[in-house]
Design a protein. Structure first.
Ligand code: DPP
Ligand code: ZN
Length: 853
């Protein structure tokens, strides 16, 4: 297969200003007729090239005349054309029922829906399927009225009617030129939770959340989140909605979380459906964030799209940054920032340190689906955040306005965005651009010297080599810094924004009488790793006194991490400093319980592993369990008090206070269990039985699942039977068991893969068992390699159905350099087995072959 390169970009030879599509919808055989108005764009003599994937042309008509001088080159339909503009008509037949890849037009739960990003439209009809070809679409659908009473597409509905044969039809028109990846249609038996939103200029928008009738009661949260998002984007970015309708449809089978099709978002049902009995607080938060994300794409993605797929972060990084800002404004901004950094460290940092590392603007790819990564999304969002930090809020807003104004209606590049940040913000970002081209997480070492009244901060940065990039230049790192007096606990002067641009720099602070303690990278202002010479005492001091909540959390994490690393490497460690710091945090009445819950959680096993040159999963597990046990026992009374104090009789409410109480209570339950208390399982089981919400029920189940009490099996059975008809909750049942810390987790997961409720055909289900297991560091990395073999077997099977989802689950196998040679050899053997599999998709081939390098 051919590698695509960024530098090979050429403007399209033909444009398609208008397209009419006519669908005769049927799950077994859908006829698609397309009428394309094409106009030459430069270069005379170029034939028209239309992408197709698995299509066969039934007819090709040029300017009203059937022709046969077309040819197929690979999957492209090539039509010789002589003039400057023509009308091309084609007809194809596709089978939505057979579409297990879930790209293009497919069936889900008896309904028909589409997914076209990145290159799914070519599985529906012949078209120049690239994001810089913008067309206005008119779509006509005909379908059986009893089976598919609802027909939706992009834009506004313009006409509909009934035929004599039991079918009906509808026409939709989208006046905004859009790339083909934003095309969507839905035909189904769906109920609607309807609402309205009036934009600030007075446009009344009809909102609809479409689901199967039985799920209608679970859509209020999503509808509320949509209205809140619409108002937020007007207030914060000055962006208004632009059509008369905005529809969201939830489907159970979906590769992504959701898709921002113009006026017709299609969602994975896990990011729409919620009620207290079935969704956790985390689910509620995620639903609001994803609804906001897809809505925000209407401007950052749809009104301004990407010139080519190498620019994917232009829309994804910016839109993640926007949804992070939205979520921060809905509750605790500090806790949101902590969660986002935790997520970045769990997925992006390992990606940046492994064989699949790539820049935020990649240079090449085999399969674009493999580049919907944490680097494009989450590191991309950090790049926007750094520019916003450098510009400050007012100038950042001016620069965003300039970007939206200048590039509205076009397909733009990351470079266009940075140029607007420069012009609108009045800053020079020449060197900053390295963030788009250099992969790897920079490491910054910081040491602070104090001599007389002067403090000197020495900073050094280094960007590690990544595949294809052995030598790196120093980056521009915005570091928010503040010094605190070690004796008084008071800040020594205001916070400063230091722009570290060289490999080595020193910063001098005068008039520092007291010994200073360094608070650095406050708010996680740059996505880097900080190595400092701060002692355990200094970290404990910051965990108590820092006025930046993120820095306070971070000091605690660093203290825990140092202790855990010592425990893993030396087999034992002094736990007193961590215990004291956790006690102080628990005792501080000024702190928000949601923040406390984050601050007292230990770093994950994999994050501890990421700090070590060779990961020893057993030693890390033991060190972490030892510290958890000591914290549980040393602070036993506190955990009990917190547990009781946060057990209110009041009914479930999704409010910041309710969320915080449930969070800290479940953390306390975890520590009570870790202490080895004899009543821990009974306590968890009581919570499990009495819970009036999924957060408490799943929290209790997770605790029970790690143990070996009889109550474990009882709880799993009750949970399964109670929710056997609810796929989203069954996903939790599979996932909770796949994440268990027990010794027999692999055997349990292998048995679950044979469970009647398990299927690889549904991406959520596959991820809930296979994906969750592969990030369970100790279970997956069993010394005998059985975890690796299990994953490889599952991926090979999944690849035959759904290559995109299979490829997304491969990266844990590529971490072989991080482990001992014996494990490394076992991982490589499985990667080689995957690569050698006949008929492998290019998705999985790209991931596996790159992971071997
Ligand atoms: N649907 C995915 C997202 O919104 C891809 N655009 O990020
Ligand atoms: Zn997105």
């Amino acid at each position: 297969p051919a590698i695509k390169r960024r530098q090979d970009y050429r403007p399209p030879a033909w444009l398609v200003p208008n397209v009419d599509l006519d669908f005769a919808l049927d799950p077994g055989a859908t006829r698609v007729r397309a009428r394309l108005e094409v106009t030459r764009n430069g270069g005379a003599g170029e034939p028209l090239r239309l992408d197709g994937d698995g299509l066969t042309p039934l007819a090709v008509i040029v300017d009203g005349v059937a022709v046969n001088d077309w040819r197929l080159e690979d999957d492209q339909l090539v039509i010789p054309l002589t003039g400057a503009s023509h009308v091309i008509e084609t007809e194809v037949e596709i089978a939505p029922d057979q579409n297990t890849q879930l790209m293009g037009l497919y069936s889900s739960g008896g309904n028909l829906c589409t997914q076209c990003e990145a290159e799914g439209f070519r599985r529906i009809t012949y078209f120049p399927d690239r994001p810089d070809v913008l067309a206005t679409y008119r779509v006509r659908m005909t379908a059986d009225k009893a089976r598919y009473p609802v027909l939706l597409a992009n834009g506004d509905p313009i006409a509909s009617g009934d035929n004599d044969d039991g079918t009906h039809w509808a026409e939709w028109h989208d006046p905004f030129p859009k790339p083909s990846y934003l095309f969507a249609l839905v035909a189904g038996d769906l109920a609607c939770n309807a609402g309205t939103f009036t934009t600030r200029s007075g446009r009344e928008v009809q909102l609809g959340i479409w689901v199967r009738a039985a799920d209608l009661a679970k859509t209020d949260h999503a509808l509320h989140a949509l209205k809140t998002s619409m108002a937020w984007d007007e207030r914060v970015y000055g962006r208004e909605y632009d059509l008369d309708v905005f529809n969201i449809v939830a489907v159970d089978d979906f590769n992504f979380g959701a898709m921002e099709n113009k006026g017709l978002n299609i969602f994975n049902s896990r990011y729409i459906l919620a009620d207290p009995d079935t969704a956790t607080d985390y689910d509620y938060d995620a639903i609001a964030a994803v609804v906001a994300h897809e809505y925000f794409h209407n401007w950052s993605g749809n009104r301004i799209t990407c010139r080519d797929w190498f620019q994917l972060s232009l829309k994804e990084g910016f839109t993640v940054f926007r949804d992070q800002g939205f979520s921060a404004d809905q509750g605790s901004a500090a806790v949101k920032r902590i969660e986002d950094v935790r997520g970045l460290r769990a997925s992006q940092f390992p990606e940046d340190a492994g064989p699949l590392a790539h820049p935020v603007r990649p240079e090449s790819y085999l399969e674009i689906s493999n580049f919907y990564t944490s680097t494009i999304y989450n590191k991309g969002a950090e790049l926007i955040r750094m520019m916003a930090t450098i510009l400050g809020p007012a100038r950042f807003r001016t620069a965003c306005d300039l970007y939206f104004d200048r590039f509205d209606g076009t397909a733009a590049t990351c470079e266009d965005f940075v140029t607007c940040m420069e012009e609108g913000g009045g800053v020079d970002l020449s060197r900053f651009r390295l963030w788009y081209s250099q992969a790897g997480t920079p490491r910054v070492s910081a040491s602070l010297e104090h001599d007389g009244g002067r403090a000197t901060l020495r900073l050094a940065q280094q960007v590690p080599p990544t595949p294809g990039q052995s030598a790196k230049e120093p980056m521009v790192l915005p570091l928010r810094i503040r010094l605190f007096g070690a004796e008084t606990g008071q800040p020594l002067g205001p916070e400063q924004l230091v722009l570290l641009e060289e490999a080595n720099e020193s910063i001098v602070f005068d008039g520092v009488a007291e010994r200073p303690v360094l608070s650095i990278n406050r708010g996680f202002s740059a996505p880097v790793t900080i190595e400092s010479d701060r002692t355990a005492a200094d970290l404990a001091f910051l965990a108590r006194h820092d006025d930046d909540p993120f820095a306070r959390y971070e000091a605690m994490q660093q203290l825990m991490l140092d202790t855990l690393i010592a425990g893993a490497v030396e087999g034992q460690a002094d736990h007193r400093a961590v215990i004291d710091a956790v006690a102080d945090t628990l005792d501080d009445p000024a702190l928000d319980p949601a923040f406390v819950a984050e601050a007292v959680l230990l770093p994950s096993e994999s994050f501890i592993g990421d700090q070590l040159s060779t990961v020893d999963p057993e030693a890390i597990y033991r060190a972490r369990e030892a510290l958890r046990g000591d914290l549980g026992r040393a602070l036993a009374e506190r955990w009990r008090n917190i547990y009781e104090a946060n057990t209110s009789g009041a009914a479930y409410a999704y409010t910041p206070a309710g969320k915080g109480a449930r969070r800290i209570r479940n953390v306390a339950l975890g520590y009570i269990a870790a202490s080895g208390a004899s009543d821990a399982a009974a306590l968890a089981f009581r919570q499990f039985e009495q819970a009036d919400n999924m957060t408490d029920r799943q929290g209790a189940l997770s605790t029970l699942v790690n143990g070996d009490s009889d109550l474990r099996e009882a709880a799993l059975d009750i949970f399964y039977n109670r929710y056997s008809g609810n796929g989203l909750v069954l996903d939790k049942w599979f996932q909770t068991q796949a994440l268990s810390t027990r010794d027999d987790t692999l055997e349990a997961v292998a048995a679950l893969a044979e469970h009647p409720s398990f299927t690889l055909a549904n991406p959520n289900r596959a991820r809930s068992l296979i994906g969750a297991f592969a990030v369970n560091q100790r279970a997956f990395n069993r010394a005998d390699g059985a975890g690796y073999r299990f994953l490889a077997d599952q991926l090979i099977a999944l690849d035959r159905l759904n290559p995109q989802t299979a490829a997304k689950l491969l990266p844990p196998l590529g971490r072989w350099r991080r482990f001992d040679p014996a494990r490394g050899a076992l991982m490589r053997a499985e990667l080689e087995r995957i690569v050698a599999t006949p008929g492998l998709s290019k998705d999985l081939f790209e991931q596996a072959s790159k992971s071997l390098q």
